[in-house]
Design a protein around this ligand. Structure first.
Ligand code: NAP
Length: 250
């Protein structure tokens, strides 16, 4: 089911106050914008991502804007094991006790390729980063989410993966799997009413991922990743309570 963020919704000051939110891909693009917006809305943010320097830059930008200092969790999802995910959840439990939000922004996309030419390593690493990591992080953090009085998981997908799958390779297949993953968590946990699971499908954003996919494209006029951050705040905030298993188009 495709949904839209309510047109009249704007984040009130402190809408995520006293909430702990963990964001992947927080060093760049949409993940960075979501981290800054969440911290600006009062959340304590945990920044997960591959490149430590980029996470540090996001940390510094949050502190400079007056947000509470975020925690940093560098991790490479391409090589992470089940034990790494379990350890991440254990660290969060020790440090924070409960979790109010998980935002899965990290993604691997190396460019268009026909399935007939897809390299095994590209297949494996892309599925690891784009599908296994969101599953494992959600699965291991579920007890922490259920401990919060209200919590949300946001999976960022790509609407084009379904509309025109050709040549999107493992990226497109993983994104379609991600939508099923979100829907399955939502269906299995709908009865508890406390944690919601939704998918956000942004159209074109001016980020490194888009540049890698469309190297010849003029991106200057494309929407910034910051323009998509309010939608993530909506899905994290109590405003979206009761809405689960949905795909929100931007
Ligand atoms: N841009 C668009 O037009 C568009 C459209 C639809 C959907 N999306 C979705 O939006 C989300 C955010 O993408 P973006 O456009 O903001 O791209 P981006 O700027 O390239 O950000 C992707 C993030 O994923 C992280 N990442 C990549 N491989 C990783 C790994 N092995 N382990 C841990 N982290 C890893 C990157 O870390 P490093 O920076 O350290 O490499 C980066 O922070 C993605 O899920 C993407 O599919 C984007």
């Amino acid at each position: 089911v495709s949904e839209r963020i309510p047109g009249d919704w704007a984040p009130a000051a402190g809408v995520l106050a006293e909430r702990v939110v963990r964001i992947t891909g927080a060093g760049d693009g949409l993940g960075r914008a979501a981290a800054l917006a969440s911290a600006g809305a009062g959340a304590t943010v945990i920044l997960a991502g591959r490149t430590e320097k980029k996470l540090e830059a996001t940390h510094d930008a949050i502190v400079a804007a007056g947000g509470s200092p975020p925690a940093l969790y560098p991790i490479d999802f391409a090589g992470a094991s089940w034990a790494d995910y379990a350890q991440l959840a254990a660290t969060l439990e020790r440090e924070f006790g409960a979790l109010h939000g998980l935002v899965h922004c990290a993604a691997r996309f190396t460019g268009f390729v026909p399935l007939a030419d897809l390299e095994p390593r590209d297949w494996l690493e892309t599925l690891q980063v784009n599908l296994t990591a969101p599953f494992a992080l959600t699965r291991w953090c579920l007890p922490l989410l259920l401990r919060a009085d209200d919590a949300a998981v946001v999976f960022v997908t790509d609407p084009r993966a379904k509309r025109s799958p050709a040549f999107r390779g493992a990226y497109g297949i993983a994104k379609r799997g991600l939508e099923e993953l979100a829907a399955t968590f939502a269906a299995e946990l709908e009865h508890q009413g406390q944690v919601r699971f939704n998918t956000l499908a942004p159209a074109k954003l001016r980020t490194g991922l888009r540049r890698r996919g469309y190297p010849g494209e003029a991106l200057d006029a494309a929407p910034s990743p910051e323009s998509a951050a309010p939608a993530i705040l909506y899905l994290l905030a109590r405003a979206s309570r009761g809405r689960t298993g949905l795909t929100f188009l931007l």
